[in-house]
Design a protein around this ligand. Structure first.
Ligand SMILES: [Mg+2]
Length: 273
């Protein structure tokens, strides 16, 4: 099977915090010039697509909103159709724009709500906030626990940092309720991205720096998964349960990799030395 389209993780693939990864801009321009269909697929829930697109533009990458697939977008669409009652948001200010069409409970209320949405609050998390989320769920047994991805950790300049997943896991443990997860590594999230590309899963390559979320999630959805050795990548990642179809030094090497492997029908094999 030939590869025809690409899903690109953002954080750790295109940039680390505010620093673009060398070659990212050129790689995206190359994809555009070759007319390879691609989407940005990120679990970032700390900001909305407007802010993500602005960040990309700052690096010289044109990121139209329709090309950015995020848990906030997927969850907001689901909640608009299915939430039974107002929604309690635990997301950063910059991500609220994606949820404005939903009825929301006020920030300190423990009133009845239909869903508790947990995103990446980073160092804004406090015991009080986590406990408020717990009480909302505990007092309202029908409220859904919505996770904006289940990423475990990410690479910041000061070191690895807890992401959304550990907080959701704490709430699941406390309430005995399972979260509905919107984002990587959920199969539906990858399938929605494939639908947006208009390609069957097996013709899509996912490129990411998280072996479990990006590569494992994409493979479970029927895609090929390539791990880049940037961002949160550590050599030990190759000894885990996920075996990437390919390991690529960085996004800068993607054009050459694509030329060599996309149309060979054997994208999983390493190039001959
Ligand atoms: Mg990443």
């Amino acid at each position: 099977v030939n590869l025809r389209g690409i899903l690109l993780d953002m954080d750790g693939v295109l940039y680390n915090e505010d620093a673009p990864i060398p070659g990212a801009v050129e790689a995206i321009r190359w994809l555009e010039s070759r007319k390879v269909p691609f989407l940005f697929v990120t679990n970032t829930s700390s900001r909305g697509r407007d802010a993500l697109a602005a960040k990309l533009r700052g690096f010289g990458i044109e990121g139209e909103l329709a090309r950015i697939h995020t848990p906030c977008v997927a969850a907001s669409a689901w909640l608009a159709a299915h939430a039974e009652g107002p929604v309690a948001l635990f997301v950063r200010e910059a991500a609220r724009a994606e949820f404005t069409r939903l009825p929301l409970v006020s920030d300190h209320a423990t009133a009845a709500c239909g869903a508790v949405v947990i995103g990446d609050l980073g160092d804004a998390w406090s015991y009080e906030m986590l406990n408020r989320a717990f009480r909302l769920l505990q007092y309202h047994p029908n409220a859904k626990l919505i996770a904006l991805g289940m990423t475990r950790y990410w690479q910041a300049s000061g070191g690895l940092c807890l992401d959304v997943g550990p907080y959701v896991a704490a709430l699941e443990y406390a309430t005995g309720r399972a979260a509905m997860v919107f984002g990587k590594p959920e199969r539906e999230f990858f399938q929605a991205a494939a639908g947006q590309l208009g390609l069957p899963a097996q013709e899509i390559l996912m490129v990411g720096d998280d072996a479990r979320m990006d590569v494992g999630g994409a493979q479970a959805a029927g895609m090929r998964g390539a791990l880049v050795e940037t961002g949160k990548y550590r050599p030990e990642d190759l000894e885990g349960e996920v075996a990437p179809d390919s390991v690529i030094g960085s996004i800068a090497d993607l054009p050459e990799w694509w030329e060599r492997n996309a149309f060979s029908g054997a994208a999983g094999t390493s190039p001959t030395p």
